[in-house]
Design a protein around this ligand. Sequence first.
Ligand code: SF4
Length: 406
Amino acid sequence: MNREGLDYFYKVIEGVEKVFRSNTDLANIIVQNIERIVNRLVENLGQDLKIKIMNFCGTHEWTVTHFGLRSLVPQNIELIAGPGCPVCVTPSYYIEEVLRLALDGVVVYTYGDTYRLRTIKPVKGVRSLSEARSLGADVKVVTGLVEAIADSKKHGKDSIFIGIGFETIASGYAKAILSNAIPNNLKLMSLVKLTPPAMRYTLDIHRQELPVKGVIAPGHVSTIVGAKAWQQISEEFKIPIVISGFEPIDVMISILKILKQLSEGIYGTVIEYKRAVTWNGDEVAQKMINEIFDVVDDAWRGIGFIPKSGLRLKQKFKSFDAFEEFKIKELEKSDWIYDLSPGCRCADIILGKALPTNCPLFMKVCTPSTPVGPCMVSIEGTCSIWAKHGGKIAIEIAKDLSINIG
Ligand code: SF4
């Protein structure tokens, strides 16, 4: 980027900062409007009214927790996290398979949080890529596929890139393959997960008990899939879905937009994050993803198979595929086993059925420096976010203020 481009970029950042982060006046107005609508709903529906609003992105949970947004909304609103952390839901089995390869001399490229992910079964005595590295395996932490491509070209050894993420990351993988940028010695292990099927699955679980009344939909994923991806879910569950940006005021506006729809008795998908998301999304990226990947029923850690929720490389692109090259067997439904450590409630937390504080191990045995479950490892994991930005202190403060956060 040239100097002019950089200046423009910083101006935009400054503008976003002023409008969406450091804007106390606007924040006050939003909070007052939220209270007004909730009071009206309580008048009509009673004091016991609970409005469950779920987010589907670890970064939204970070914003809610880091900025203490739960303390700004009335007690009738319950803000809960849903499946928003791809590392948390990657089955232990696939990491065990990569551990085998790493210990057999294959170079492994991984994101930082996957590096510390613990498996349920040990492989030759180790249970994470970081432990494998301490035994001499060549495990390299990278920021993404581009870095892995550059590095693997230098040494030419058999290598694998662990491709964990949601739709946002898939278009980058597709572009690399279509432009033939990946060297022969590097293979992609696609473990990409799809968000809309996970949202449908999660909302369905809540339908049995206290249904989710509104959704804060993921902004990053929506830049690719577009707002249209959520409309059908909104109609099926008759709930408002608001695609939100990531600054605190973005999230507060999204909560207000959900409440407005609820008070008017309407539902639909709307975009709050207009500076990045369109109705149709990135159609070029969608086309590339469809060209490269097949949609498959995929396993989610601790949860099991969710229909049509994963992406694997199409037969035509098998020469890029780590599953093919290294003869990694796909996890079949009949082989799936519950893959969380005893006591770990990560699956319930991912599905919004429990809070980190409901886990007996939270901040006792399981901490950011001694993670037991995947939700404490990834920066997008709810347990990790609560431990670093909420945890005990926030809970004690909330209790003092009679705010119920679990
Ligand atoms: Fe699992 Fe640790 Fe979270 Fe408990 S605190 S649910 S053990 S990740």
